[in-house]
Design a protein around this ligand. Sequence first.
Ligand code: FAD
Length: 579
Amino acid sequence: MSARPVVRHQYDAVIVGAGGAGLMAALQASRRCRVAVVSKLYPTRSHTGTAQGGIGAALGNLEPDSWEWHMFDTVKGGDYLADQDAVEFMCQEAIKVVYDLEHMGLPFNRTPEGKIDQRRFGGHTREFGKAPVRRSCYAADRTGHMILLTLYQQCIKQGVEFFDEFHLLDLLLRDNRCSGAVAFRLATGELHVFHAKAVLLATGGFGRMYKVTSNAHTLTGDGCAVPLRRGVPLQDMEFFQFHPTGIYKLGILITEGARGEGGILRNGRGERFMERYAPTLKDLAPRDMVSRAIYREIQEGRGIGGKDYVHLDLTALERAVIEEKLPDIADFVRTYLGIDPVKEPVPIQPTAHYAMGGVPTNLDAQVVADARGTTVAGLYAAGECACVSVHGANRLGTNSLVDIVVFGARGGRHLAEQAASLDFAPLPSEPEERAQEELARLCGGGAESAAQIRQELQQLMMDHVSVYRVEAGLQRAIGAIASLRERYRRLGLQDRGLRFNTELQEALELGCLLDLAWATAAAALARRESRGAHSREDHPKRDDANWLRHSLVFLSGDALTLDTKPVTITRFQPKERVY
Ligand SMILES: Cc1cc2nc3c(=O)[nH]c(=O)nc-3n(C[C@H](O)[C@H](O)[C@H](O)COP(=O)(O)OP(=O)(O)OC[C@H]3O[C@@H](n4cnc5c(N)ncnc54)[C@H](O)[C@@H]3O)c2cc1C
């Protein structure tokens, strides 16, 4: 196939991704420099728009609360792997950023006196673990949707330029300096080279590695795989969170807010089994613990009718609470299961939900290239694709929305300052070369089917790299991923056209998922302990002496290498997690 047409642009800053992190970064940066946002989706279709439950901030509107308690809960929830300087900053800033969003017009639910209403969420407590606290600020069960629309409107007002349905293919990186990015335009198939002083990646998560997931089809980790292939490591990839309450078989999320409002998990005997696993917080224990408890109940034959699911029981809630505070999830349950949650319990199973790992950054969202903390000049990452690390080994509910707006904003400001003082780094002579080669190879006419490879990958990850892991299974997964990567080189596409070639786009996304699955399984095999969302049946205890460390995975050609780096511990020394 002949080379594709190439279009060139120059901007001070390019932000890849238009979810909450990308839009917040764009909004901040555009106050000081010329910004382009490149997004494979129309901005308001980003996954942030599906976030239901809320954004955590210690406003103390209904009962006493403090950012220190929020910090403690986040560190403990993350099984002490989070960097505490980053968590401290996030929990302090959360309060400010929620009021900023309110002032931008975000329609939060209100208390009768007109303050922002708050509800309970898993792992959020008062007085360092004594009892659940109302910390999640919410707009019904559409909090993310409201954040996204609010930020998008502000960006439009601010004159941010958007390149919608442009798909990132490559980063221009040389000698630890980023000079831009290469994308292809879905509508035309042209390549677009963006020459920039700084690039910020905000491409979201990669739950599509798994068969049962709450994540949108587009969450394929492109903004993690592209820098990985350019020599940037990924951090803490073994930690992938399963959310306890996905709709059975479909994986569609039912927010933890449902339990925050009083919903209860029950096994096949009708028992409230979380009382046995977490006597204080019960159904509001952190997600890793609740997901494991559900699997245990199922394994021991106490699923509903002995099957592989349990019930989320909302029948004790008033109809008005469900209709006013959880309207969307009530709709999902009615639409997808034909069940009225006011009257009947809802069948649920854990669903792959959130990547704690990602592109390593410092507190300014600058990408860090090694265990010594060397930064890559002009390259930033924020939001779910990044690992700063505020969630450690397990994220608490409501803390991702905090993370994306807090570090999106901080990254956007830092990047704008840098862009004001930096010159443009020269572009390589043929910046689009790698992207041309990759597209030509994919359109080259092999016999393998992308759909088949994707299906096998998702099943494999579900079987061997999900809630419980064991050495033999991880090794099997790594071997199988290697052969899937091999088959991927011989893909055959039906559509070789330029315009709206979604088959090509999906093939690119599959390539990213394969690399990220490999990194996840390799990091999971290396970590011989159980911590947070990483639970090794053959190493069931947490091992602080050897493993209180972040992991790093590097990819070079067809070889993965691993390294580790220390965790920043300031206020809270690791303790056993009891809830
Ligand atoms: C169903 C659901 C409910 C959730 N509920 C909550 C909640 O209540 N509270 C909470 O704190 N967290 C919640 N989360 C998690 C949280 O919503 C996400 O972690 C967060 O919104 C991610 O934001 P982001 O800006 O990093 O990425 P996203 O919002 O996922 O946006 C990614 C952006 O990157 C772009 N992109 C990706 N790849 C490319 C590419 N190759 N080229 C160009 N652009 C690209 C996309 O177009 C998109 O604009 C939920 C998640 C899900 C799935």
